[in-house]
Design a binder for this molecule. Structure first.
Ligand code: FAD
Length: 323
């Protein structure tokens, strides 16, 4: 069996790794400490935590709906209930809009897909070379590995940088601009209400989710994930690391004012900046595969800013590789 290396454990990497594991020896490398990429679940003491990236899955295509339904039956996914409040005159609430979340965290699908696959964490790929018919992969920790087939499932800018010497011009010249996002996680005083999330029509804050409403844990305080708008994050992402405290306070105060829920005690905060959060436009292809070089690329950004597009891209790449 040929040896395949997949880079990334988000929905794209975990889907392609799972599909390929039926035919090949697959190893998955991930620069972070855990599974999920932009669908990671930030876990803290006593199992409470925050979905600080992907908020919910709302399947659109029949194949992905079927896949999600099978995961609901296995208790990997569930519906997110409660009142999802639209603080906006422009956006109308669509009560039929499905909101699926992971039973134990939004990285549940990746965890399920990767459960029998060799995953190596804390490995950041920084250099790719072609030696005879193999890929030589150099990682930041000094390790070097060789594989016959290489699959990359990371955002466009990073994929392009790593594979610049191997990609055809039509592909590397594509203009894929990804927006940023700045996300605050906070534990606040408990407020009696049935709100699960807020969608705001604001320059700064786009969305907030009450983690307690997902019924994964019980907590005497409220846990909120507050996400900025793309516009505000694009302007501030380069300054966020040196302004963490200021930005955290600013976003919490703004959330308090917009939601009118009266946050008056803060017990915990953390902030995360997503440099590559989502891209608005889609490409005219769903994945990239070079049969002569044995290198493939998949990612949500082929299809636009949604989780489902990562799954579609990986499924498309698998078809290209096996046809
Ligand atoms: C704040 C935010 C909110 C979102 N909300 C929603 C939502 O509500 N609904 C929705 O459908 N979508 C949402 N999305 C988008 C959704 O999260 C993504 O579409 C999806 O998770 C992308 O999956 P992916 O596998 O393509 O990429 P990623 O999840 O980014 O996976 C790439 C993986 O590769 C790893 N990696 C990168 N570089 C290297 C390297 N050099 N070496 C090793 N590993 C590397 C990364 O750590 C990561 O784990 C949101 C995204 C963000 C950021």
């Amino acid at each position: 069996m040929k040896n395949v290396c997949v880079i990334g454990t988000g929905i794209s990497g975990s889907t392609i790794a799972n599909l390929l594991s039926k035919k090949y020896n697959v190893d998955v490398y991930e620069k972070a400490k855990g599974i999920g990429g932009r669908s990671s679940y930030r876990r803290y003491l006593n199992n409470f935590g925050f979905d600080h990236g992907l908020q919910y899955i709302s399947p659109k295509t029949s194949k992905f709906k079927k896949f999600c339904y099978s995961l609901q039956k296995k208790r990997i996914l569930k519906n997110w209930r409660g009142t999802h409040k639209f603080n906006s005159n422009k956006v109308l609430e669509n009560k039929k809009h499905t909101k699926l979340i992971g039973v134990k965290g939004n990285n549940a699908i990746s965890k399920y897909l990767l459960k029998n696959i060799n995953c190596i964490f804390g490995y950041e790929l920084f250099k790719i070379e072609r030696i005879k018919k193999n890929w030589k992969l150099s990682f930041l920790n000094g390790d070097v590995k060789y594989y016959e087939i290489l699959i990359i499932s990371i955002p466009f800018a990073q994929s392009k940088k790593l594979l610049i010497n191997f990609l055809p011009n039509f592909f590397k010249n594509k203009n894929v601009k990804m927006d940023a996002n700045i996300t605050v996680m906070t534990v606040t005083n408990k407020i009696k209400n049935n709100f699960s999330s807020f969608l705001f029509d604001d320059e700064v804050i786009g969305w907030a989710a009450k983690e307690n409403s997902k019924n994964r844990f019980k907590h005497k305080y409220d846990l909120w994930t507050i996400q900025s708008t793309f516009k505000w994050a694009n302007k501030n992402i380069s300054k966020y690391k040196s302004n963490k405290k200021r930005f955290t306070n600013f976003l919490i105060n703004r959330f308090n004012k917009l939601s009118k829920i009266n946050v008056n005690k803060i017990y915990f905060t953390n902030i995360h900046g997503w440099l590559y959060s989502a891209n608005k436009k889609n490409l005219e292809i769903q994945s990239f595969w070079s049969n002569s070089l044995k290198v493939g690329i998949c990612g949500d950004w082929f299809g636009g800013p949604r989780y489902e597009n990562g799954w579609i891209s990986a499924s498309d790449l698998y078809k290209k590789m096996t046809n």
